[in-house]
Design a protein around this ligand. Sequence first.
Ligand code: ADP
Ligand code: MG
Length: 994
Amino acid sequence: MHRRDCVKVAVRVRPFNKRERDAGSRCIVSLAASAITIQDPRDSQCRRSFCFDYAYWSHSGYVIQDRTGLYLPEEVGGRYADQECVFQDLGQGILENALQGYNATLLAYGQTGSGKSYSMVGYKHNKGLVPKLCERLFKAIKEIKEARQCQVFFSMLEIYNEQVVDLLSRGSRPPGGLRVREEQHRGFYVEGLRTVPCDSAAQVEQLMEQGTRTRTTAATHMNANSSRSHMLLVLQLKQIFSKESVTKQSNINLVDLAGSERQRSASSEADRLKEGTAINLSLTTLGNVISTLADMAVGRKTVHVPYRDSVLTKLLQSALGGNSRTVMIATVSPADICYEESLSTLRYSERAKHIQNRPVVNESPTERLVKELKAENARLMQRLSRLGQDGRSANDETKEIRQLLTHNELQIRTINTLWEKHLQEALRDWEQQYANITQERRLMQMHPYILNINEDAQLSGVVKLFIPAGEWDIGLSEGTPRSISIKGLGIQQRHAVLKNEQRRVTLTPLKGSKVTVNGRAVSQTSELQHLDRLILGSNCTYLYIGFPSERGANDWSRYDYDYFLSELAAAEGIHLGESSTESCQTDPSLLAVFYDYVKLMPLVAEANQMSQELKKGVEFKLEIKNLVLSDSKGNDLEKEIICKVTSKHSKQTGEGLSSSALPRDKDPFWDPVEPLLLGTAHLWLQSLAFRIPVDEQLEVLGSEGSEEAILQAKLIPCTSDGLPLGEDDILIDPSELLGRRLDIQLVVEQCFGLRWIREARNRGIQIGFSLLDSGGRVYTPAVWHHVNPALRHKVHFASLHVSQHLLDYLQSSAVLLELWGLQDGCTSLVSPLEGARVSTEGIFIIDESGMTNTIPADCIELNSSLSRLQSDLEEQKRVNNTLMKENHRLRGQLNTATNGGNSAPNRSVRPSCDAEFARSLKRFYHNMTSVRAQLESLRRRRPSESCDLLGLRLYVDEHSGLLKDFSEQLEQSVSALKHDVATIVRRKRERSGT
Ligand code: ADP
Ligand code: MG
């Protein structure tokens, strides 16, 4: 039987990063044993706990070793979980599994910057799971060498935008990436992927370095963001046990997944269409696959697991619900500002832990092939010698047999020597690379240089551009003798001049090029100092490393990408760094705003640069916007970043909310003609509780507090046919309303002094509001060209039974009236009426369920699980009923049988059992016939004589597939029989018991 094996899930909490520390962030997670609890920073009562297989506290309780930078527990046995501890739990098991011949998969999941790469790959001396795994693997191989021959192959690839890039490829990359193909017995694989034979951990590490370098340059050239790509490292281990003549093969997939954050914001919000942000299809699909498998694991029927929907899930198919032992490490930030992301990571992982796999030991077919070829040779030799003994002159036959023998020998030798040959090649390659690395080290000790700094810490410091004595052009131009070539957005052919003269290095921007040094734009020659921060073009960030004599002991790692951005933000007048450390009480939503702002800056710079280059005449600008406006309680805490887009030609403006609105992979110039939210006003409901009408002139305020218009609106208590109530109907005590019907009309009368129209007459407006936060939204018809347009829009709504809840709501809340701006070519907003209950008379019925401002996601989840449980329960009840009836019937039969007199109950049971047994045997034999037929066809199948190596491989693949089907069917038949027998025995016992 296959062994069932659940996906193991671990969670790890990293230390605060500099940004979080500077912002005085609070730690909102705590661990106890293998459970993690996360607290909502806005509501300390709201906590969620999750239980995993492992939980690692890497947040505090560590010391950093001076010399090496190694993170170690403060005290022996302390709670801090270091890299070794994580390896012992997760890596060691994978290693042992692999040595036994199982496939294994390790996935790292979490938001960008949460520590995925730290856990998987590690930084410098803090080696992560992959290098540690390699070290131990090769160590183990050395120790067991006698018993078996081990071959290790390594490959490294990246999935970006559904394209597969071979990170170890030496040739040019094919446009559109490598193809993912499917073979019946092999499953999905990447065609033409380079797999490098390795015989030491150092070799693998060097290959990883090479791959990272490819990733870095590709990312800068394509202006791509590494946090959106998945990195896959694959170790193939083949063990040949010569004595037993078996070969075991296992694939270890090590996956550093794309950051989990963007995909959620892009996929859940309505602006997914308009923003054009490429959704990370692979990550979304992975989520869907995990959900489906988790559903299946808890017994819910599912028809289809969507493996085929994305490249990543195709390649991980066997790791998820298949032949692999799988471990997932979920990494989370401890900081309050990352609450939403961390919670979503925990939820996601919670699902993953239910998935069940069925790992099996993989026997490699190659070895069997050799075995078969050897056996055939032995047979041929026998025939040959018999021919010789008989002394018959059967020249032709002898010749043929000899030919066959040589052919087989050749095949055996090819199969055996392939590994050696490839390994030698790979080692030569490695030596070459090694020479390059030594050369680079030598240069580092001779010349000043600039070092790339990437948003992804894992890719920082990978590219070094040396500045030997003399004058150098830095820019796009390649191949000229005195140039340093760089690529990236906003980089000119000749961008700047670097001069190294008399032990001084200067930088001179050339005409029209953008150069920033330590956060300030420069246009003149400036002398560079050790550790100066350079930004060339819009986002090529480098750190200047001075002459060897100028370098101190201090490490450059504190100048990370964040540092560059904070410097830029400071230049724009936005501070939230060291200066405000004393104010530890900073509001989390404010911090989040800063965090977003800083993160968006380079994107905006990029978009503007592209606009300039493509002469689109569109300008992007970041602004911080108050979300006061969208809260019916008048709270003014929430803020959000908006990106304002202005077209210089048409003076049209548009805005997008937050990071998701800034498309990165596509043309950022989406049509900026969409309705714009200009401002909002609050119409308070309190007087309705007394059935007093309201007639108000409200100020409509824009996001910066500007007055956009005056809006006249009314709230009129009325009868059910819409007639206004009179003064006699006014209540002294609102509680009189309880349980009675309440009808209200909201009238949007007129706007005055619309700034939007004053600025340009060819514009229009609409007013939008939602009915008591109930989800139904209403927009007035559009009016154009008028500064003081009359709207006279009337909406009638009613509550059939006023509850205390509604009463409280009326007394404390407001209707939020939104002023929307329309421009040329812009379609007006229509009221989406789903979610609202409307009577036949067109009256909106106030639905109490919508009164609680928003239903938290957990509740929705809970609700749906509840309804699922309920339907399960119904089903169970039904089954129970049938069973009871059946029981009843049987008992009746039994009674008649006993009352019938002389025969003992046992007798009447036996024949029926025997019949059942006969039936299952019949089924079993029937199955066996087809199994036998399969076995026969397997036996008959041989490779054709003229087969080349490729043909053989195909044959072997096919053969192993058939074998797998065969063994599965055999197993099924046997287990069906066992099951039947068990049931019969049990029933027999039960019956004889009664
Ligand atoms: P991700 O790959 O998830 O985007 P990284 O692994 O690159 O994130 O981590 C971001 C930063 O946080 C890096 O500078 C890394 O050194 C640091 N970091 C992450 N996890 C830890 C940890 N457990 N201990 C110390 N530093 C960590
Ligand atoms: Mg990473």
